[in-house]
Structures are given as structure tokens and as C-alpha cells.
Design a protein around this ligand. Structure first.
Ligand code: RVP
Length: 486
């Protein structure tokens, strides 16, 4: 029957990269990439918009390492704005007035000591009622007063010759001031000597530690935000709060109502708009004229049951390749979302045509992920659940699957609630992930992501070949940091 003359679709385990002549040392490979038309990252990695993967802490961690965290949308708009601000402010040179802990001249030394301890700061500008900077007080000023002069007022103990700087100060000038005057913080003031911010030595050093961070034009960390396909208000609020990239968060973006709405959202925001998920050439064609990026993945996710429940899906390597065939000639970046278990899968996705990859389960076990830590049989796990699972849909995620349940009615879920081994820090996971991807670039002989996409070729792997590729006929005695038999 004609109906059964069907095309083949492949996924990660079906293919391997063909090794090729190379002079590329993995460490020297440049892994920077575009995640959307106007946003570049220094590593081609995104963390998934899931309520057990990406909130502010994960997004800060991802951006500091050069990637992008995409905040999930199982939270109200107010909280979303707060999470965006948290990322945007994390590495700012100038701490804004509202976030600066200040002391008043009439507080007692004891009160200020307790306040600094509570707020986790080691010094504070002293300001009067209209925010005029009168002095600065630090642990060193306070120490001689502890016990004997504890009830003395701050104005007695503070240093009143304050070195301040104007708003326009840059990191180098601020550091020079600090070295010249042997101080650790410089209040930033307006023309009337009113406090508008604070620069600290610690803040400057912290920024230096993250040289590879993904930053916007103002030097703030980048952040992505998921918005529902029909949530224009959320999209506008995220845009106003400084989101760099909005991700239309839908399990089937080839739905024409979703595309109409996404098009409208694109028109009302400044941020880039990535449309997803798609998995076919036709879907890519329907969105490529307005999208700033296309996200690919219909059913590959580790916690996803879409293919089983609905009978629909596209094996991920084929899906990425189909979408990339349409998107690449138009200059629209492609993100491969879901199904990545190993660094080898991630670099295969890029060979298939993706510019960047998004992972959920890989990061859900890290400290930076929001999920609960669970102990089972003496081993630590973290909660990890699909956004289409009953639990996540109950807390608001149903719209991704274009589903709503009326009161008393049951959801038809397309995901499961699970646990994943607890893993330690995001930085060490990313080190393994990106390191493995660099190795892949070395085997193919490509020094950049665009060159790698061009140069890489696949070979098809049989199930015997697949078994050969994993450790076999041995008993693993020591766990490797980048391999676990599943
Ligand atoms: P993985 O990295 O394989 O854990 O997959 C993560 C991806 O799975 C997400 O980025 C999202 O596209 C998809 N997802 C999230 N929830 C569900 C579901 O409940 N079916 N799927």
C-alpha cells in the first residue's frame, strides 16, 4: 500500500560522526554560536524551561558559563519579573540603589552590626533621610566599638571622608579608586551627592571570574523566558523586564492558532522570539519568515510520553535536519531540544544542523536546579518532571500541550514525574558536556560551530555497532564523570 511506503527517520543512536582529517585541538575549538538572530552565546547550551530545571539560580549559572537558562512559566507574571531581574542584576557592576544595604547615622553600632550580618554585607553607605551620602561604615569601623561602645551612634563610628564616583564609572576606574584609597566599596552618587548605587571590589572580582559569560550590551547576564503561545501579556512583561529571548512554549507549534499568536507576540516585543517546538520541514516553513529562532523536538524528551500517548513524533536527528534545511538558508538559528543524554548526542544534534542544544534531565540533578532532593536506598536524587505531567499541569503548565482540564476533570498527561541522580554543580556538568562536544569537533576537524555543521558527516549504526560503542564485556568499577550505563 502507498500508505506504508514511509520515509525513515533517525535519532541519536542511529548515527555516528565520521572521523576526518584534523588539525583541531579540542581545547582550541570555538564553541560560540547564535541562539537566535540577535543573541550570541559563548557555549551552545540552554537549560530547559521546566519547573524542575530553570529558575533564577540556574539561569544565572548558565549565563555565567556562557550559555542561556530559559525560565519556566509555571509561575505568575510578578514572580517571573522578579526572576528575570535576579538574573539581570546578578553580575551588574553597579548595584542599584534599591538593592544597596544602607545605614542611617542615628542607628546604633550594634544595630548596624546585626543588620550587616543579616544582609550578608561587610559594609554599608550611611545616608540621611533624602539619601545624601554622609559616610560609609564597615566591619573595620565597627570592631573597636563592639561591646564598649555598642550603643554609640553610627555617625561616631563611620568614616566620613567618602570616596564616591559618578554613574558613568567603569570597572577599571572603580578599581583604581579602590586601590588608591585602599577601600572595598565606592558609593555611586548623582550630581547632588545622593546615593544611586554601589560598586564593590567583590562584585568586580566576581565578574572577572566569569570571563566567558553570556552578556547583553550593557554587560548584564543574558536570560531566556518561556511564554505560553497565547500569553501576550506575559510576553510583554518579560520583554519590559529585560528578557533577551522569549521562547514560545508549545508542544506543537505547527498549530495555526499558535503561529498566529506567536506572530503577534513577535510584533509587540523587542526581545528575540524563538518559536517551538517544531519537527518538520513544513512547520519550519510556516514560521521561518518571522521567527528569530526555531526550536526542534516533538517527543524526544526523557520525561516525555507524547509519542506513546498521541502516536505522533519525529526522531530527533531527522527532525533537526529537516528544520535546519529550511532555517539555515534564511539565517534563522535552530535549537535541538530534548533527548540528549550524553555530550556525544549534543554534538550529533549540531552536526544535524542545530546551532545550539537544550537539555532538561542533564541539568535537573544539579544544585542550581529548583527540584527537591530525595533520598532513596541511600542515594540522593532530585525531582524531575515533564511539564506535561499531571503534577506540572496542575501547577499551570497545561497550555504547552494545548490542554485544559475543567474542575473535576482529569488531564490527559504527556509526561511523567520522575527523579534523576543528584549531581553536584552545574559548572562541572557543563565542563563535561562542552568538553565532550569539543572532542567531537576535534574528530571531525572543525574549529568553529559553523565549520562543524558544514564539514561533519554521519554514518549509520546498526544495533551491533551501537553495542560496540558503549563499554562492553567489562564490569565498570569506577564511575566516569561523563558516562553512566542506564
Ligand atoms: P530532556 O533533556 O531529554 O530531559 O528533555 C527536555 C525537554 O523535554 C524540554 O526542553 C521540553 O521540550 C520537553 N518536555 C518538557 N516536558 C515534557 C513533557 O512533559 N512531555 N517534555
Amino acid at each position: 500500500s502507498e500508505k506504508l511506503r514511509v520515509p525513515e527517520a533517525l535519532t541519536f543512536d542511529d548515527v555516528l560522526l565520521r572521523p576526518a582529517e584534523s588539525r583541531v585541538e579540542p581545547d582550541a575549538a570555538d564553541v560560540s554560536t547564535h541562539v537566535s538572530k540577535n543573541v550570541r552565546l559563548n557555549i551552545p547550551i540552554l537549560s530547559a524551561a521546566m519547573d524542575t530545571v530553570t529558575e533564577g539560580e540556574m539561569a544565572v549559572g548558565m549565563a555565567r558559563e556562557g550559555g542561556l537558562g530559559v525560565l519556566h512559566r509555571n509561575m505568575d507574571v510578578e514572580r517571573m519579573v522578579a526572576e528575570i531581574s535576579r538574573v539581570k542584576r546578578a553580575d551588574e557592576l553597579v548595584i542599584r540603589r534599591d538593592d544597596v544595604v544602607t545605614a542611617s547615622p542615628t542607628q546604633t553600632v550594634r544595630e548596624v552590626d546585626a543588620m550587616m550580618e543579616r544582609e550578608g554585607v561587610s559594609g554599608a553607605p550611611v545616608v540621611d533621610d533624602d539619601d545624601t551620602v554622609l559616610g560609609i561604615i564597615s566591619g573595620t569601623d565597627i570592631r573597636p566599638y563592639l561591646e564598649v561602645g555598642e550603643s554609640d551612634q553610627v555617625r561616631e563610628a563611620m568614616t566620613d571622608e567618602v570616596i564616591t564616583a559618578p554613574r558613568e564609572v567603569d570597572a577599571r576606574a572603580a578599581l583604581e579608586l579602590m586601590y588608591d584609597h585602599k577601600i572595598e566599596r565606592v558609593p555611586i552618587v548623582d550630581g547632588d551627592e545622593r546615593l544611586v548605587g554601589l560598586v564593590t571590589m567583590q562584585g568586580i572580582l566576581q565578574r572577572r571570574e566569569h570571563e566567558n559569560a553570556a552578556r547583553d550590551d550593557d554587560g548584564r547576564l543574558r536570560v531566556g523566558v518561556a511564554v505560553g503561545p497565547f500569553e501576550t501579556d506575559r510576553a510583554e512583561a518579560a520583554d519590559d523586564a529585560g528578557a533577551d529571548v522569549l521562547f514560545i512554549d508549545c508542544a506543537h507549534a505547527h498549530n495555526l492558532d499558535v503561529l498566529d499568536s506567536a506572530r503577534e507576540i513577535k510584533q509587540s516585543v523587542d526581545a528575540d522570539v524563538v518559536v517551538g517546538n517544531v519537527g518538520t520541514e513544513e512547520a519550519a516553513e510556516a514560521a521561518v519568515d518571522f521567527a528569530d529562532g526555531l526550536k526542534v523536538g516533538i517527543g524526544p524528551g526523557s520525561i516525555c510520553t507524547t509519542r506513546v500517548v498521541s502516536g505522533a513524533g519525529m526522531p530527533q536527528i531527522t527532525a533537526v535536519a529537516e528544520v535546519a534545511d529550511v532555517a539555515a538558508p534564511e539565517g534563522v538559528p535552530v535549537i535541538a531540544d530534548g533527548g540528549i543524554r550524553y555530550s556525544g548526542d549534543a554534538i550529533k544534534a549540531i552536526a544535524a544542523g542545530a546551532d545550539a542544544v537544550m537539555l532538561g534531565s542533564y541539568f535537573a540533578g544539579t544544585e542550581e536546579a529548583p527540584g527537591r532532593v530525595i533520598t532513596m536506598n541511600g542515594k540522593k536524587y532530585k525531582q524531575y518532571r515533564g511539564m506535561g505531567s499531571v503534577g506540572a499541569m496542575k501547577s499551570g503548565g497545561g497550555e504547552r500541550y494545548l490542554k485544559e482540564a475543567d474542575e473535576g476533570e482529569e488531564f490527559v498527561p504527556e509526561g511523567v514525574e520522575a527523579a534523576t541522580p543528584y549531581k553536584g554543580t552545574l559548572a562541572s556538568e557543563l565542563h563535561q558536556l562542552v568538553g565532550g562536544m569539543r572532542s567531537g569537533m576535534g574528530y571531525v576537524g572543525a574549529a568553529t560551530i559553523p565549520a562543524f555543521k558544514q564539514r561533519s558527516e554521519f554514518v549509520r549504526v546498526s544495533s551491533a555497532g551501537q553495542a560496540e560503542g558503549h563499554p562492553h564485556d567489562v564490569m565498570i568499577t569506577d564511575e566516569a564523570p561523563n558516562y553512566s550505563p542506564d
